[in-house]
Design a binder for this molecule. Sequence first.
Ligand code: ADP
Ligand code: MG
Length: 454
Amino acid sequence: MDLEELWKAALGEISLNIPKTGFNTWFKDSYLAEIKGETVVLATSSNFAKEWLEKKYHHYILRALRNLMPEIKQVEYVVIAKVSPEKPENKLVKKVASLAEEQLNLNDYLVDTQTHLNPRYTFENFIVGSHNELAQAAALVVSQNLGTKYNPLFIYGGVGLGKTHLLQAIGNKIKKDRAKKVKIRYISSEKFASDLVTAIRSQTMEDFKKEFRNLDLLLIDDVQFVAGKDKTQEELFHIFNTLYEKNKQIVFTSDRPPKAIPLIEARLRSRFEGGMIADIGIPDFETRLAILRIKAQEKQATLSEDILEYIAQNIQKNIRELEGALNRIIAYSRLKNVTPTLAEAKQILSNVLTKPYKIVNPKEVIKKAATFYGLNEKDILQPSRKKDVVKPRQVIMYLLREELKSSYPYIGELLGGKDHTTVIHACNKIAEEINSNPELSQEINAIKDLIYSL
Ligand code: ADP
Ligand code: MG
């Protein structure tokens, strides 16, 4: 009998003796790695599985193996991450991801070499919602009243929320409306800093200064990166003053308000604050959906509404990620030449979404956690005080509280009529223990994975 046959036969016997859920969870990736004399080496795919087999099922495992091969006396448990041959779906997902990435960078070649504007960022394709309406309105005003209304305009907001888009939209509008007469330059503050260094090294500072001081519209992106760079700040300050005195427009973006940028000179900060400050927040669901619709349209893709809604529900804090998810689905549909279904879309996005959108109900939490601990739901709900039930029960209370925000009395009721003070005690205990016990925190993460897996 070879190792594989031996293990198969043993599994057959083991499965008769332990609960099916536990069997499915803990034995599914196990295999016999080798036999060393009287010891068999049993490989598992994770520390969890190893501990579980060793602590709870060792007895069954050894007995089953000995029934088949009496000379076996011991089992050694090891963790070997299984290198499974790449599944075809995984390959597809990877290909889709790289195509989607390309999509996102597409059109970059359209960037104008003089102004550094990318024509894809316009006001027309910028969706306005309550999260950005002030910033959008201010940007529009600036583009209609160059240098005379809000100067400078300072736009701030988190990553991927549309700052660069809006900044470039101002430039593109001016460029379109007034053709060649207006000198525009878009630049990120990092590029500004590195160009400055180059200019100093190559002794072309005069050209550098001249280029910026002759502008009608200067668009500086991500100005927070000037923090701590004294020379850059100094140069920027002088350029600012020159432009400002000539009523030339300057617009800044930053990931935070001027007050919160560390290590900048007071005089520069006060310049940032001297005009109009507008922030961009996080778009609501309807706005996210509208953005997805316009992006899908731009990419000439027809996707079902439920897919767009699924994406909008799942990605909330970053529009770039929202677009990335959309690109993946479009890439998939082009690659396979199909109109993807919601199920396919979920599959494609499964590794993009860290916490998949899923409404979990308390019953499910109890069931999944019980499975994890190799228990039946009934064991949890009955008033047993046995240690191997008490702890799982406390973990469940904690999860119901943390994940579903259930009330303490309701949790008590769900778990077989426990008093709410018992629930509070359990939740606090687990919350505290997580900090000092990494194993427990790992365990809870594993249960969360089970709960949220689709
Ligand atoms: P930031 O500069 O704030 O990190 P970007 O301006 O680069 O973010 O925006 C990220 C992506 O999201 C871009 O592709 C942009 O076109 C898109 N985007 C952001 N906000 C909007 C919006 N309101 N309407 C349409 N597209 C948007
Ligand atoms: Mg940006």
